[in-house]
Design a protein around this ligand. Structure first.
Ligand SMILES: Nc1ncnc2c1ncn2[C@@H]1O[C@H](COP(=O)(O)OP(=O)(O)OP(=O)(O)O)[C@@H](O)[C@H]1O
Ligand SMILES: [Mg+2]
Length: 506
């Protein structure tokens, strides 16, 4: 007879070796029933790899996995699911052109006389989602709903299929505060039902809000597991970085430059159905921050400034000269750069090497008839791998083999390598660990000192306040307020987002 075992899942001495990299080195990890266990560490520490070994997505090279005290050996995600382990990745892995109900019951649709019984399936789907307070049309295509809703659908499916362990790998990266609150209500409810939940994130506030225990990995090794309540934030950061952080990431900053003269002028710049026309002045060496909820028009503003969407009103000029921003290619010729938010869609070319990915934007500006020499590419790549601390075994590694946060850094390097006059950064620190956060903020400050003009879009208000001399607030696809000087505070921004009567620029 076995004594009652509090662990629903435990893994011991997990090894994973990739060519040229030992991603996991004898890592132990255990998960209790009814706990939220945060799995933390810097970009490339091995978090996603550990999860993939537990779910059979990767074949581990050593170690044991126990579910409810019995040894198991999931060879693929389906086997893991049957053992009770469900996973939701950051990129929702459902089929967006099927209906919500079809996604929930994919591969196990209720049948009647050998045919899918759609009515029964829809009824069950509605009942299942009701447990998650989600009252939506289950016959609509999944694509019709926000990422947050899609994620809840993915969770509902994973829990319904597996029901013991739920693994969430950076589920909140693209959710707004309201959506995170909804997700956390669901997580708490699942916890009460006795599920063990693994939660991977780079948002430390969320870790303290929701987790019971914390496990930290560094360079593929276990640093330790602690009760969240007994682990002060400073100690946690020290565990993650392996050194004391002299100051917390956004604590101290020098006075932010107002910049020099106005260099870029946008007048009545907009596009119907995309973003309402706005006026915007940006000085040499200035950071203008952009804040607003998801869907308020932040990314739309970036796209129109970079020519990814063509303006249908107004004009842009630099130093009195009219700019051609009719396409990204034209914008790049005007020395504009745009580091997009979603590296999967807009950013990386997975099969190309880190070096090639970094050289890409500079090559596009020079024109493909004047190739950048191999030695210059090598030099550029090495320079930025060092400057941004991109964790890779070498510059020739296909970028898709880097961890998510390190891919993000390589895309940033790509745009810095073009030495732009006007650089737009959309969520530059999302998915990036706490140490690299500080590096990127320092980098933004030094770019300004060199006379670059920056637009930074961020939902991390403290960061925005730290480096922006002005903050534009968006709501409902319009620029509704512009904060300057003393007004640039997190409280000021929150108020402007919430109030219905900002200074209407549009
Ligand atoms: N398929 C693969 N082939 C080769 N190396 C890989 C592969 N997958 C991951 N790695 C390497 O293993 C290490 C751990 O990566 P992993 O994706 O687990 O990091 P992570 O902790 O999830 O980081 P992030 O916070 O950036 O998502 C990295 O050095 C990465 O480059
Ligand atoms: Mg990861």
């Amino acid at each position: 007879m076995q004594p009652v075992n509090p662990y629903v899942l435990s893994a011991t001495a997990i090894d994973k070796i990739f060519p040229g990299a030992k991603a996991l080195n004898r890592v132990d990890f255990s998960l209790r029933r009814g706990e939220v266990h945060a799995l933390l560490g810097e970009n490339g520490a091995g978090k996603s790899t550990l999860v993939k070994c537990l779910t059979g997505a990767y074949r581990r090279d050593g170690g044991h996995i126990l579910v409810d005290g019995a040894e198991v050996d999931p060879r693929n995600t389906l086997e893991a699911q049957n053992l009770g382990i469900g996973t939701v990745y950051q990129e929702v892995n459902l089929l967006s052109n099927l209906t919500v109900a079809e996604n929930l019951f994919l591969g196990r649709q209720p049948k009647r006389f050998g045919l899918v019984n759609a009515r029964e399936m829809n009824r069950r789907a509605r009942a299942l989602l009701a447990e998650y307070e989600l009252d939506i049309d289950v016959t609509a295509e999944l694509a019709a709903y926000s990422v947050a809703v899609q994620q809840v659908v993915a969770i509902a499916r994973a829990v319904d299929l597996s029901g013991k362990v739920l693994i969430l790998d950076e589920p909140t990266a693209s959710l707004d505060a309201h959506e995170v609150a909804m997700l956390f209500r669901i997580v708490r409810r699942l916890k009460e039902r006795g599920l063990g939940i693994v939660f991977i994130t780079h948002f430390l506030e969320q870790v303290y809000e929701i987790s019971d225990r914390i496990t930290v990995l560094r360079n593929g090794q276990l640093v330790g597991t602690r009760e969240t309540a007994d682990l002060p934030r400073r100690d946690l950061i020290a565990m993650m970085l392996g050194r004391e952080l002299v100051q917390e990431v956004t604590a101290q900053h020098g006075p932010k430059g107002e910049g020099g003269d106005v260099r870029f002028r946008f007048r009545n710049f907009g596009r119907k159905g995309h973003i309402q026309p706005f006026d915007l002045d940006v000085r040499t060496g200035e950071v203008v921050g952009i804040a607003g909820l998801l869907g308020s028009g932040r990314t739309e503003t970036a796209e129109i400034l970079f020519g990814a969407e063509r303006a249908d009103s107004g004009a842009a000029e630099a130093d009195g000269r009219v700019l051609d921003l009719s396409s990204p290619r034209a914008a790049i010729r005007e020395k504009f750069g745009f580091c997009p938010e979603d590296r999967k869609i807009d950013g990386i070319v997975g099969d190309l090497s880190v070096r090639e990915n970094i050289a890409l934007a500079l090559q596009a500006r020079r024109g493909w008839t004047r190739p950048i020499s191999r030695s210059e590419q090598d030099r550029l790549a090495d320079q930025y791998i060092k400057a941004l601390d991109i964790r890779t075994t070498d510059r020739e590694k296909p970028i898709k083999l880097l961890s998510g946060g390190n891919q993000q850094k390589a895309i940033l390097a790509r745009w810095l390598a073009t030495n732009p006059d006007f650089l737009i950064l959309d969520e530059p620190t999302r998915g990036i660990d706490v140490g690299a956060h500080a590096e990127i903020i320092r980098l933004i400050e030094s770019l300004c000192e060199k006379g670059m003009s920056l637009i930074v879009i961020s939902s991390e208000l403290e960061e925005l306040v730290a480096y922006s001399s002005r903050v534009i607030v968006l709501r409902d696809r319009a620029h509704v307020a512009e904060l300057a000087g003393d007004q640039v505070t997190t409280a000021g921004i929150v108020e402007a987002i919430a109030s219905s009567t900002g200074r209407a620029d549009a």
